[in-house]
Design a protein. Structure first.
Length: 108
């Protein structure tokens, strides 16, 4: 593992850095919280979660999201939610991801 923007325990996947703040195991499977830093043009491709809703809270700057064809921005301290079965992508800046259910770092 190489040095990450979020520390030694973080992982880098497709240009975005992730670290788990609260795992699904720690919350008895109800949710997880993941901190991520996504530079422009990084991160996962458009995707769907079949088993979890995903809430994004922007921590720094402005984040940009593509949800079901709409491009949405979220300034610092704002949040957006992509419910399960909704096609979405997120990129740019730092945000916390809070998937519901027992999903967490298994994606990457």
């Amino acid at each position: 593992m190489t040095d990450s923007l979020l520390g030694a325990d973080a992982v880098e996947w497709l240009g975005t850095h992730y670290t788990t703040l609260l795992s699904a195991a720690q919350s008895d499977g109800s949710l997880s919280v993941i901190d991520s830093v996504a530079p422009p043009n990084s991160g996962p491709p458009r995707h769907i979660h079949h088993d979890a809703d995903e809430t994004f809270v922007t921590l720094t700057g402005d984040a940009e999201f593509w949800i079901e064809g709409d491009i949405l921005s979220a300034a610092r301290c704002r949040s957006l939610c992509a419910t399960r079965q909704i096609l979405h992508i997120s990129h740019r800046q730092q945000y916390a991801i809070a998937p519901s259910g027992d999903s967490d770092t298994g994606w990457f």
